[in-house]
Write a protein that binds this ligand. Structure first.
Ligand SMILES: CC(C)(COP(=O)(O)OP(=O)(O)OC[C@H]1O[C@@H](n2cnc3c(N)ncnc32)[C@H](O)[C@@H]1OP(=O)(O)O)[C@@H](O)C(=O)NCCC(=O)NCCS
Length: 206
C-alpha cells in the first residue's frame, strides 16, 4: 500500500528535490530556475517551516517551499517575492501571510493527492502560526492554448466555471484558493505567457 508522508526538507534532500524539479519543470521552462544547492540551504536556514517534501514509500515525489510576507496587495514578480529563489531578503519573520514560491510533483505520481497533502501541510502552518492567509502566484500552463481567443482574465473566469481545465489553476481552485488578480510578467514561463494569478486561502480559524 502506498503512503504519502510530508516532512520538512533539509540540505541532505537536495538530489531528490532536484530530480522532482527536472521532471516537473521540463523545457521550455528555464533550467536556471531549478533549485540550486545554495537556494535549498538558504530555505532551510531562513524559514525551515516553509520547506516541505512529500515522499511516497520513502521516494521524494513532491515539494513545496514558502516564506512569510506582509501582504500589501501590490502586483509583484516571482524574483522579487522569492529574492530570486533565496528568500533571505524577502522573508519577513513578522509577516502576516504564508507565500508559496514552489509546488511540484513528479509527473508519474500526479493525480494521487500528493500536492493536496502538501497543501494541507501549508494550511496547517497558516493555522499554527496564526497567519491571516496563504497566497501564491499560480502558473496557468494551459493558457498558451487559448491566448489567441481569451485574455488572461477571461481565461481565469473560464477555468473557474469549469469550461477549461488548467493543470495548476484547476488544482488550486479545488484546494479552496480564490483568484485575487492577474499578474503579468511574473516569471519567465512560456506556457503561462509569463502570467501568474495571485491566489489566496484565508485562515479558517480566525
Ligand atoms: C499542480 C501539481 C503540483 C498538482 O499535483 P498533483 O499531485 O497531481 O495534485 P493532486 O493529485 O493533489 O490533485 C489533483 C488535482 O489536480 C488537477 N489535475 C491533476 N492533473 C491534471 C491534469 N493533467 N490536467 C488538469 N488538472 C489536473 C485536478 O484538479 C485534480 O483533481 P482531481 O483528482 O479531483 O481530478 C502538478 O500538476 C505539478 O507539479 N505541475 C507542474 C509544476 C507546476 O506548475 N507547479 C505549480 C507552480 S505555481
Amino acid at each position: 500500500m502506498s503512503t504519502v508522508r510530508v516532512r520538512p526538507y533539509t540540505l541532505a534532500d537536495f538530489n531528490g528535490l532536484l530530480d522532482i524539479q527536472k521532471e516537473a519543470f521540463p523545457p521550455p521552462f528555464p533550467e536556471d530556475l531549478w533549485w540550486s544547492r545554495d537556494q535549498i540551504e538558504a530555505h532551510v536556514m531562513t524559514f525551515p517551516e516553509g520547506a516541505l517534501l512529500a515522499e511516497e514509500n520513502d521516494v521524494a515525489v513532491g515539494s513545496a517551499t514558502s516564506l512569510l510576507v506582509t501582504y500589501d496587495g501590490k502586483p509583484h514578480t516571482w524574483e522579487e517575492v522569492a529574492d530570486d529563489g533565496f528568500i533571505k531578503r524577502s522573508h519577513d519573520p513578522n509577516g502576516d501571510s504564508l507565500y508559496g514560491i514552489d509546488l511540484c510533483v513528479r509527473p508519474s505520481y500526479r493525480g494521487k493527492g500528493i500536492a493536496g497533502a502538501l497543501y494541507e501541510a501549508r494550511k496547517e502552518t497558516v493555522r499554527k502560526l496564526g497567519l491571516k492567509r496563504f497566497i501564491a502566484g499560480c502558473r496557468i500552463p494551459n493558457y498558451h492554448e487559448y491566448a489567441d481567443k481569451l485574455t488572461a482574465d477571461q481565461y481565469v473566469e473560464a477555468v473557474q466555471k469549469g469550461e477549461i481545465k488548467d493543470l495548476v489553476l484547476t488544482f488550486m481552485l479545488k484546494q479552496g484558493l480564490r483568484p485575487l488578480q492577474v499578474m503579468p510578467n511574473y516569471l519567465e514561463d512560456e506556457e503561462s505567457l509569463d502570467y501568474a494569478i495571485l491566489v489566496e486561502w484565508r485562515n479558517d480559524q480566525l
